[in-house]
Design a binder for this molecule. Structure first.
Ligand SMILES: [Zn+2]
Ligand SMILES: [Zn+2]
Length: 295
C-alpha cells in the first residue's frame, strides 16, 4: 500500500501524475480489494484474541480500523479526495470515481455492520434502557440496510437481530415485515418507511431516510448527514475530515450520571460510536474542528 502512496507522492511532486500512473494504481487497488479466504480467516483469529475487558469503544475502534478488510478501500477514497484537488483530465478522474463509489459502499457497509454487530453482542447479555439518540442511531442504520444494502444477507441478518432487540421499545413491525419480504425476493418500497426517525432541526417536521448524504424535510430544509451515524447534522461546527472533507458529529459532552452500558464510561451508544471514530471512517485521516465559542 505504501508503495502506491510513494509512487503517487513522487509523481505529484514532479507534477506529472498521468493516466499511466493512475492505471497502475487502479490495478493494484482492485487486486487488493479482492479478499482471499485466507485473509478473512486470519482476521477472525485476530478478533478472537481481543481482550473482553477492553472498553466498548476500543473494541469498536479495533473492528473498524485495525482489521485490514477495508483498508485498501480507505486508501482509494483518500487518494481520490487528493486527486480531485489536482488538475487532471476529467476522463481520468471519472474512471477513478467509478472505482471509489464501490469502495465507499463497502466502507459504509463495514461501519454499519460493525456498529450493529457490537450492539447486538453487548445487548444480548445486558439490557440497559436506550436513550432517544440511540434509538434514532440504531434504527437509521437498520433502515439504511433495508433501503440501500438489501442484497447483503449478512447485513440483513444483523439488522433483523437489532430490530428484534428494539421491538419492545420501538415501532419496528413494519420494518420486520419488509425484511421478510426482502428475504422472499421483493424489493422494498421506500414509501413504506412511513415513520421518519428524525425531525427537522428547523421546523420539527419528519425527515425520512432518502439518501445517506443528505436529509430534506417536507418544507425543503436540507441538512447534511453524519458520515458515520447517518444522523442529521444540526451542529454548526461538526468535525471535518482533513482528507476527504466528510462531516462527522462531535462526541457529545459527558452526561451527568453513571453509564448504564457495560464496559464503557460513555452514557450512550451514540457516544461509543463517535468516540471510536477519532479518525475519519471513510479515509482514515484526522478531523479538524472550528473553534467553538462557549457562552
Ligand atoms: Zn424543516
Ligand atoms: Zn475522510
Amino acid at each position: 500500500m505504501w508503495d502506491m502512496l510513494l509512487l503517487l507522492g513522487e509523481s505529484w511532486k514532479a507534477r506529472d501524475t498521468g493516466a499511466a500512473d493512475l492505471e497502475r494504481l487502479l490495478t493494484v487497488l482492485s487486486s487488493k480489494t479482492k479478499k482471499s479466504p485466507g485473509t478473512l480467516e486470519m482476521l477472525s483469529n485476530r478478533d478472537a484474541i481481543v481482550d473482553p475487558n477492553t472498553s466498548l469503544e476500543a473494541r469498536l475502534k479495533s473492528t473498524l480500523f485495525s482489521k485490514t478488510t477495508v483498508n485498501p478501500e480507505r486508501v482509494a477514497i483518500y487518494l481520490y479526495s487528493q486527486l480531485k484537488r489536482c488538475e487532471l483530465e476529467a476522463s481520468v478522474v471519472e474512471r477513478f470515481e467509478h472505482h471509489v463509489r464501490d469502495a465507499e459502499t463497502r466502507v459504509r457497509k463495514h461501519i454499519t455492520g460493525s456498529v450493529l454487530a457490537l450492539h447486538n453482542e453487548a445487548s444480548a447479555t445486558c439490557t440497559s434502557p436506550l436513550q432517544d439518540c440511540d434509538r434514532s442511531l440504531l434504527l437509521l442504520l437498520c433502515d439504511s440496510i433495508l433501503l440501500f444494502h438489501n442484497d447483503d444477507k449478512h447485513l440483513l441478518a444483523t439488522a433483523e437481530t437489532t430490530y428484534l432487540r428494539l421491538q419492545s421499545s420501538c415501532a419496528v413491525d413494519e420494518q420486520l415485515r419488509v425484511l421478510q419480504d426482502i428475504k422472499k425476493g421483493t424489493s422494498p418500497d421506500p414509501a413504506l418507511f412511513g415513520a421518519g426517525r428524525e425531525e427537522c432541526p428547523a421546523c420539527d417536521t419528519e425527515i425520512k431516510l432518502e439518501n445517506i448524504q443528505e436529509a430534506t424535510c417536507a418544507n425543503g430544509h436540507t441538512w447534511q448527514r453524519c458520515s458515520v451515524t447517518l444522523l442529521v447534522i444540526a451542529d454548526f461546527h461538526p468535525r471535518t475530515c482533513l482528507g476527504c472533507g466528510r462531516k462527522t458529529l462531535m462526541v457529545p459532552d459527558a452526561q451527568a450520571g453513571a453509564s448504564t452500558l457495560p464496559g464503557t464510561t460513555a452514557t450512550s451508544w451514540l457516544e461509543v460510536v463517535l468516540r471510536a471514530h477519532s479518525l475519519c471512517g471513510y479515509c482514515g485521516e484526522r478531523f479538524y474542528t472550528a473553534l467553538r465559542r462557549r457562552a
